[in-house]
Write a protein that binds this ligand. Structure first.
Ligand SMILES: [Zn+2]
Length: 344
């Protein structure tokens, strides 16, 4: 049975329980999310414009990876006051949240259009991956089973929700973060983002020149630059640097000092989920090394993983990994990337 809820199917339980579970999913889908409603801000016209633009770029990417993105109901996107996700999750998450069962997302709005769009994109990538639910202790106790490539351990039905082992949970997060990185590359030159991007690049230009002179490894500098996403009030910072001196060398050292200060204050943000992405890149490098030239670079391998995530069909990926890394290696990878807690 195909509903509007983006759930492909329900597994487990009897036929009757499955029917109840599907109805329950529809209810959760239709009901507004009370918790997020408490923190919700009204959507301004420019928010709507930004959401529409963001969703269309997300959909292009999801399609490129073999997905079938369904239009996301506008009232399933909650624009939240700054700090509310941290509040709602008791400090576990910040910036944005994905509620997989009801297929809703919440995104905080702050000063930066870029961060806002980036969070919407991130949560939409989660939300637009195919989902499978399962029957828990009863039909009413419907639970998430698969979201993209991630999969809940089915064994412990008695576990409270949130305690299950989630295979590939960290990998799903890494894939979403990598897609968000691609999204940011796409919007960098577009309105209303380009000004902010250019300002951040200008500041980073000074800082990186200074780092070069201090003898920091070029590779390291390049990596920081690639990961840099956000600087608070970048134009004001540029004005401050330019007012400090006419001399380019002095501007560089001033900017570097300022960068360190604002970094410590949390006014600088890097791309999300470095730990998960690093693990994923390392896995890619292992695959490339053993694939006899089948993959030229990490992006080639990423294609295979992203396709598994967004199409919902992970068998080609499993086959590729088993062939390259040996029998049992897909399961091994699923465990290495497992999360003990339900991801959001
Ligand atoms: Zn996420």
């Amino acid at each position: 049975m195909e509903g509007k809820t983006s759930y492909e199917r329900v597994v487990g339980g009897t036929g009757e329980e499955k029917e109840i579970a599907l109805k329950e999913l529809q209810n959760i889908f239709d009901e507004p999310n009370k918790k997020m409603g408490e923190y919700e801000l009204e959507k301004a016209p420019e928010d709507l414009e930004l959401i529409i633009k963001t969703e269309s770029i997300v959909d292009d990417l999801v399609e490129r990876y073999g997905g079938d993105p369904k239009p996301f109901p506008l009232d399933h996107i909650y624009i939240l006051k700054a700090g509310s996700v941290f509040d709602m999750t008791e400090g576990k998450l910040g910036g944005g949240i994905h509620m997989p069962l009801g297929v809703k997302i919440g995104v905080e709005k702050g000063e930066s259009n870029l961060l806002f769009a980036s969070s919407i994109a991130h949560e939409l990538f989660h939300a637009k991956s195919p989902k499978v639910a399962r029957v828990g202790k009863s039909g009413e106790d419907v639970r998430i089973y698969r979201s993209g490539i991630s999969m809940m351990d089915k064994k412990n039905l008695n576990d409270e929700l949130g305690d299950e082992r989630e295979y590939f949970g960290m990998l799903e997060e890494a894939i979403v973060a990598e897609c968000t990185k691609k999204f940011l590359e796409k919007i960098a030159k577009e309105e209303p983002f380009s000004k902010e991007v250019e300002a951040v690049e200008k500041i980073w230009g000074w800082v990186s020149e200074y780092y070069l002179k201090t003898g920091m490894a070029e590779e390291k500098i390049q990596q920081i630059g690639e990961e840099l996403k956000f600087i608070s009030q970048p134009q004001e910072k540029i004005n401050e640097v330019e007012a400090f001196s006419e001399d380019e060398n002095e501007r560089q050292s001033y900017a570097a000092g300022m960068f360190r200060r604002i970094y410590e204050k949390g006014e600088v943000e890097s791309l999300e989920r470095w730990r998960e992405r690093k693990m994923m890149y390392d896995a890619f490098d292992n695959i490339i090394a053993r694939a006899n030239g089948r993959f030229k670079n990490r992006d080639d391998v990423f294609n295979e993983f992203a396709k598994a995530n967004f199409s919902g069909n992970y068998l080609p990926l499993a086959r590729m990994i088993e062939n390259t890394m040996g029998k049992g290696s897909f399961r091994k990878l699923a465990n290495e990337f497992a999360k003990e807690e339900k991801g959001e």
